[in-house]
Design a protein around this ligand. Structure first.
Ligand code: ADP
Ligand code: MG
Length: 323
C-alpha cells in the first residue's frame, strides 16, 4: 500500500504548495477559524499547519492516515453533490508517504491529545500528549525519499511565493477566519477576521488597490455572481491577481478566464487579465469538482450559461462605472 500511496502522492502532492493546500482545506473542513502556517526553507524543510478545528482522537488520527479513509463521504452519490473541500481521503496518506509527518490532535471533549509520528508512511510512534483542542500537522523534508522529485523543487523564494499566493486566496474565500503565515521565524502574513471582502483586500494590498476596484453582484437563474473587479486603469495583466472561487472553492478555470477577458472587450488593448475577485455560487448539480485529484479544476454542466452570465455581469459593472 506504500506504493499506492506514493503513486497517489504524485497526483496530489507536486510541491510544498500542493501539500499545504490539502492541509489548509482539511483545517477549513474541520471548522477551524484560526489557521497558522509555519514554513522553513520555502516549505522544503518544514511545513506545518496548526488549526483550532474539531480535532481527532487517537482512532480518528490512525484512520485518517489510511488510504481512502474520509470522514466526509458516506454514500457514493455524495460524490456528485460535494460541499466540503476534501472528499477523496487521499491527501494525508499521500503526503505521509513522501515525508516525515507528525500529526498532533485533540478534540475539545477529550482530556488529552495524541501525537502520531511517521516516516515515509511507516508509523513509528503514537504518544499521548497535552495540547489545546485542534490539529497540528507537520510535514518535514517533503520528498526526502524521492530524490528525483526533491531535485525539482524550486528555490525557496519561488516555492514560498506560491504558498503566499495560496494562503492569500484562501483568506479571500474565508474573510471571517484568522490566517497567519510565518516563514523562517518571520511573520509574513497575519490577517484577522473581517466583515467584508473589501477589508480583506485592504489587509493584503492596501488602499491603492481598493480605490481601483468596482463591485458587482447579480443573480441569473441559478447562477449567483459577485465580487470586485479592476477599473480599466488597473489592468495588471497578471493571472496571479485573478482570484476565482466556485462555491467557496478556489479554482482555475478556462471558461471563467475567457468570460472575464470578454467582459473587458473595448476597455483595453489586446488580451486582458484584469485583477478580479470573482465568487460564483451555483447549485452543486451544476458543477463537477471531481475532475482532477488536485481539485483546482471544475467542470460546469452548463458552461455557456456560466460563461455568458459572468461576462455580462462583470461587463455591466464596468459600463455602469464608466457612465
Ligand atoms: P479528505 O479530506 O479527502 O477526507 P484527507 O486525507 O485529506 O482526506 O483527510 C482524511 C481525514 O482526516 C479527513 O476526512 C478528516 O476526518 C481527518 N482530518 C484531516 N485533517 C484534519 C484536521 N485538520 N482536523 C480534523 N480532522 C482532520
Ligand atoms: Mg483533505
Amino acid at each position: 500500500d506504500h506504493l499506492a500511496n506514493q503513486i497517489a502522492a504524485g497526483e496530489v502532492v507536486e510541491r510544498p504548495a500542493s501539500a499545504l493546500k490539502e492541509l489548509v482545506e482539511n483545517s477549513l473542513d474541520a471548522g477551524a477559524d484560526k489557521i497558522r502556517v509555519v514554513l522553513e526553507a520555502g516549505g522544503k524543510r518544514r511545513l506545518r499547519v496548526e488549526d483550532n478545528g474539531c480535532g481527532m482522537d487517537r482512532d480518528d488520527c490512525l484512520m485518517a492516515l489510511e488510504r481512502h479513509a474520509t470522514s466526509k463521504l458516506t454514500r457514493a452519490e455524495d460524490l456528485f453533490s460535494i460541499r466540503s473541500l476534501g472528499f477523496r481521503g487521499e491527501a494525508l496518506p499521500s503526503i505521509a508517504s513522501v515525508s516525515r509527518m507528525t500529526l498532533e490532535s485533540r478534540r475539545a471533549e477529550d482530556e488529552s491529545g495524541v501525537r502520531v509520528e511517521l516516516n515515509g508512511s511507516k508509523l513509528f510512534k503514537v504518544t499521548e500528549i497535552s495540547r489545546p483542542p485542534g490539529t497540528t500537522i507537520t510535514v518535514d523534508q517533503l520528498f526526502f525519499n524521492i530524490p528525483a522529485r526533491r531535485k525539482f523543487l524550486r528555490k525557496t523564494e519561488t516555492e514560498l511565493s506560491w504558498m503566499v499566493n495560496l494562503i492569500t486566496q484562501y483568506s479571500m474565500a474565508h474573510i471571517d477566519k484568522h490566517f497567519i503565515l510565518e516563514h523562517n521565524d518571520r511573520t509574513i502574513m497575519d490577517v484577522t477576521p473581517v466583515k467584508s471582502l473589501k477589508e480583506r483586500i485592504y489587509q493584503h494590498f492596501g488602499k491603492s488597490m481598493i480605490d481601483e476596484l468596482v463591485p458587482f453582484e447579480s443573480q441569473r437563474d441559478w447562477l449567483k455572481v459577485w465580487g470586485l473587479t479592476a477599473l480599466p486603469t488597473l489592468l495588471k495583466n497578471s493571472r496571479n491577481f485573478q482570484f476565482l472561487f466556485v462555491n467557496g472553492r478556489l479554482v482555475k478555470d478556462k471558461v471563467l478566464a475567457h468570460a472575464i477577458g470578454e467582459a473587458y472587450t473595448g476597455f483595453g488593448e489586446g488580451k486582458i487579465y484584469p485583477v478580479i475577485f470573482l465568487f460564483l455560487e451555483v447549485p452543486s448539480e451544476e458543477v463537477d469538482v471531481n475532475v482532477h485529484p488536485a481539485k483546482t479544476e471544475v467542470k460546469f454542466i452548463n458552461a455557456n450559461a456560466v460563461h455568458d452570465g459572468v461576462r455580462d455581469i462583470v461587463r455591466e459593472a464596468l459600463v455602469a462605472e464608466r457612465a
